[in-house]
Ligand binder design. Structure first.
Ligand SMILES: C[S@@+](CC[C@H](N)C(=O)[O-])C[C@H]1O[C@@H](n2cnc3c(N)ncnc32)[C@H](O)[C@@H]1O
Length: 231
């Protein structure tokens, strides 16, 4: 299974935020989890949102003061993302590109690479490939949203699916434990630093990782000093 390249930004946004109030609440709890993960991190100035879709999270990057680069494989999604940036009056740009080879579309890198509503479309091996690609495009931090069985909602969803499939609770590797996420990160050269559950009634968790080694020199050469990661 893979994530489809989505063509209809309006439809995508309508399904995410079914009503104004539901949309507001979902946005608030999601933002709270992201903010918890990013609290007090040093030197964050740029974020690459990959895949950005229609730029659903751009308002948050603006609030946090990060210049944004949105990357997606869908031109219609990027069209909406670009309109959003203009409406927000926020510095940034969008680029057509593949999250699995992110550095190709982001050779200069970003302080934070964020990947939301995407990783759980893939099996473990592909997720590790994805993480390695995100890490290669990041100067230091990677933020990934996962599905987890470690919330009441996640456990319930997974139990129901397992009953339908006649499988056991842990057979579906798309619902991860925090320990499993940490192990995947390690395989991709990342170390899990923090995680933030969206809430009891969500099956999602944000996981923040840091690169375990200094990045290979990026092109064009960056003019900042990279702090080595503490182990
Ligand atoms: C579920 S949306 C998530 C968008 C956004 N991160 C959000 O939270 O709303 C997934 C997006 O991934 C894009 N996509 C699918 N495969 C991709 C790939 N290999 N590289 C980059 N974007 C991809 C789709 O076009 C779609 O816009």
């Amino acid at each position: 299974m893979a994530c489809p390249v989505m063509k209809d930004p309006d439809r995508y946004l309508a399904t995410r935020e079914r009503s104004f109030v539901v949309g507001l609440v979902k946005r608030w709890v999601e933002e709270r989890a992201v903010r918890r993960c990013l609290r007090d991190l040093p030197d964050l100035r740029t974020v690459c949102d990959a895949p950005s879709g229609p730029g659903r999270l751009f308002h948050l990057w603006k609030k946090l003061g990060f210049a944004v680069t949105g990357v997606d494989l869908s031109a219609p999604m990027l069209g909406e993302a670009e309109r959003r940036l203009t409406r927000l009056g926020h510095p940034g740009e969008v680029r057509l590109g593949d999250a699995f080879s992110l550095r190709q579309s982001l050779p200069e890198g970003a302080d934070l690479v964020s990947c939301v509503r995407f990783a759980y479309y893939f099996d473990e091996g592909d997720r590790v490939r994805l993480l390695a690609s995100l890490a290669a495009a990041s100067h230091r931090f990677v933020l990934v949203q996962y599905k987890t069985i470690e919330t009441p909602r996640g456990l319930r969803n997974r139990r129901r699916a397992a009953a339908r499939e006649g499988a056991d609770l842990f057979s579906n590797k798309r619902f991860c434990t925090i320990e499993g996420i940490a192990a995947e990160f390690r395989r991709a050269g990342l170390v899990l630093r923090r995680h933030g559950f969206i809430g009891r009634s969500s099956d999602r968790v944000f996981a923040l990782a840091e690169k375990t080694s200094r990045p290979a020199p990026l092109v064009p050469s960056a003019d900042r000093l990279w702090s080595p990661v503490a182990h």
